[in-house]
Design a binder for this molecule. Structure first.
Ligand code: GDG
Length: 469
């Protein structure tokens, strides 16, 4: 990765996780990607500690870990409720995943979100030196750049969005949408995973705010911001190493033994309604109905560690999936076979790598996803001589790059069923050809490529304040 000779890199995101390599339990895609980027660049990673304190003090806890300094603060209970669980996860997350039916619009949430971003800005401001590059991550922090500007910060500030950007008619339902987008013009660079999300942003800016687009720059009045479609990747090298390690090989063996000659289909997702898990189970059930001869020849392993458990919609999706898995298993299981193994715990990355490799099919069917790293991890973990087949939703950002997967509409149980059948029957030469094309992309456009493109583009962004002539 190209290092800046001028300044350090300051990464700011809601949660900070020190680079640990292989960890147990679920680790968000964002955390995995950023640890790799920071390990290369050096600098400071600032965010919320995940801890709650009685009163916000802005006291920073610094730690140094494998070349990366992390700086975290505790938040008040009310901040967590309104900013994190409220505005971020009950308002923005559903809205940005096209689920306005689940989005909750509350003034308190919006107020708490703004207040917490102001707190973050005031706390991090003294850590910033004049030539540092600042890189803010994700939907928890849309207004942070504007708040830093108010405090006189003239550094180059970039923002990357890890989730989709919604169509403008949906975003228009959010009270205060214009102010939120308006604040994004205080950044020097806005990054999105795909061209589609970038175009949706432009669509809103043009039609709701009178913006003009010239090349890769969006302009409103005398303010402008550069736009970049920059798909995130995985640390493909590290992942391949993990797949070849002892842990992964043990887990591969364990899965093959327990599969007992049957073909395994695997899904790995945070338990989230955006991931299309109900639709996936229904598509798999359709396959069992349409292909009774295959019934005892396959099984679906769905790993779904719970996330955001304090949010009601997440409790509902969990209940609903338990019901669905129980019903399908009750209906089709026999004394020596269960169609769905539904597991609510997380595994270490190494164990996961072995599980991916043991699976004949990777089933990735989100209804909307900014990118989806599981699709890339599944590909990276395959045996080149006998690779499995990736079935991927057209509505994941990853579908823009991964055209050699079997692309399906996740709302169609029939398409899921047909794709499973096609994958099981696919000749080895075709599997190898498709996998090779996918693997080339995963290796070339990896996490280092992603971060380098973003940071290079940010460095080239014009300086905020023009020198007086
Ligand atoms: C957001 C966007 C975007 C899952 N279960 C376990 C586990 N995981 C890891 C996976 C993968 C990561 O979590 C999930 O990443 P995704 O990309 O699939 O999804 P989100 O968490 O929703 O991430 C997404 C991403 O940000 C990056 O920009 O791609 O669109 O929604 O790495 O492997 N990891 C371990 N055990 C588990 O049980 N260790």
């Amino acid at each position: 990765m190209s290092r800046s000779s001028e300044g350090r890199l300051i990464v700011i995101s809601n949660r900070v996780s020190a680079p640990k390599g292989s960890t147990s339990g679920a680790q968000g895609g964002l955390a995995v990607a950023l640890a790799a980027a920071l390990r290369e660049n050096g600098g400071i990673w600032f965010g919320w500690s995940g801890e709650v304190t009685e009163q916000y003090t802005g006291q920073i806890d610094f730690q140094r870990n494998q070349g990366v300094t992390t700086a975290v603060v505790d938040l008040e209970e009310q901040d967590v409720e309104e900013y994190y669980e409220g505005y971020a996860n009950r308002t923005l997350w559903p809205l940005f995943h096209y689920r306005i039916d689940l989005a909750e619009y509350e003034r308190d949430f919006a107020g708490g979100y703004q207040r917490t971003n102001e707190r973050f800005a005031k706390t991090v401001r003294p850590l910033i030196e004049p030539d540092d590059l600042i890189w803010i991550q994700d939907y928890h922090m849309f207004p942070l750049g504007a708040e830093l500007r108010k405090l006189g910060c003239q550094n180059r500030i970039g923002f990357f969005l890890h989730i989709p950007w919604p169509p403008r008619r949906l975003l228009a339902t959010l009270p205060g949408a214009k102010a939120l987008v308006e604040a994004m013009f205080d950044y020097d660079l806005l990054g999105f995973h795909t061209q589609e999300w970038l175009e949706s942003f432009c669509d809103f800016a043009i039609h709701e705010m009178g913006a003009t687009i010239e090349g890769d720059v969006a302009r409103v009045g005398d303010r402008c911001v550069r736009l970049l479609a920059d798909p995130i990747g995985i640390d493909a090298k590290e992942f391949a190493q993990a797949s070849a390690g002892v842990q992964a090989r043990l887990s591969y063996r364990r899965m093959r033994d327990s599969a007992d000659g049957r073909d395994m289909i695997v899904g790995v997702d945070r338990l989230d309604y955006s991931k299309g898990l109900e639709e996936r189970f229904s598509g798999y059930e359709r396959f069992l109905i349409e292909h009774p001869e295959e019934r005892k020849e396959v099984f679906l392993l769905q790993i779904a560690p719970p996330s955001r458990v304090s949010v009601e919609t997440y409790r509902r999706i969990r209940n609903s999936l338990e019901g669905l898995a129980g019903r399908i298993n009750g209906e089709y299981a026999d004394v020596d076979w269960v169609p769905i193994r539904y597991v609510n715990q997380g595994y270490s990355r190494d164990v996961l790598a072995g599980i991916y490799r043991a699976a004949k099919i990777g089933l990735v069917t989100p209804l909307r996803d900014g990118m989806n790293l599981v699709a890339k991890e599944y590909v990276a973990a395959q045996n080149p001589e006998d690779p499995g087949v990736l079935i991927l939703s057209r509505f994941a950002g990853a579908a823009e790059q991964m055209k050699d997967a079997l692309l399906i509409n996740p709302y169609s149980a029939e398409e899921i069923s047909d794709a499973i059948q096609q994958a099981l029957r696919m000749p080895k030469e075709e599997r190898i050809a498709r996998w090779q094309a996918l693997m080339d992309g995963v290796q070339k456009e990896d996490v280092t490529w992603w971060a380098t493109r973003f940071l290079d583009s940010l460095r080239q962004a014009r300086p905020r304040i023009e020198e007086p002539a």
